[in-house]
Design a protein around this ligand. Sequence first.
Ligand SMILES: [Mg+2]
Length: 258
Amino acid sequence: MSSQKLFLFDFDGVIVDGMNEYWHSSLLTFEKFLNCPNILIDQDLYKKVSNTFIEMRPWVKYGWEMLIIVHQIIKRKDPLNNQNKINFLNKYNQNCQKVLVENYWVADDLQKSLDNARKYQIDNNFDNWIKLHRPFYEVIDFIEKIKKNNIQTGIITTKGKIFAGKFLEKLNIFPELIFGYESGTKVEITSKLSREYEILGFIEDRRNTLIDIKQNSLTNNIPCYLADWGYLKSIDRLNLPYEIKLLKLKSLENLLAI
Ligand SMILES: [Mg+2]
């Protein structure tokens, strides 16, 4: 008997554009859940997402890194801006670690604070929180279509599982599987899944995540698609290795023909 077919999706940048939500929730984290002497949260900051933040978002792997970037953009002394951001990005991981150390922060605690800011909004102003997200309706339609074809949907996100679930519920989408950062790395999750399911594809907007999948012997036969509509660095689209394919939003439908 053949195994159940499954299609895998990343969440942020693939199913939804949450740029407003990332900015808003990061500011709220500093306002309500973190003591931080170097910054002052002016309410005007909430009105418009910083362009520097938008341009740096493709480097983010975990949610807590967004707090680091927002902190560096809004701090009073030597803030990050479009002119100097390149220095930060050139050594992105080291610089994130440096900011952690400078502020006596621990990444896990930052992540928990961000989760708390999201929970706070869900409890107090759910509709407003939902409105900060912009779904990619072509992807939502595609998920509905694969369901009709008896293919299951799995979401693998680096945010908390509950937040992706809450948003999808609102859109009347109920994936069979949702995994958040609580479940381990994406390679670990897909390795386990590949034992039980026939995985037809994984759509993700982080190039290095797809490379990790392709370099792992348990998952290297999963067809991998880099979401062209997501948070990509311009060089991400070039010379994709390991048969990773660049996928355009308008070409999603073609995946069902395979
Ligand atoms: Mg993503």
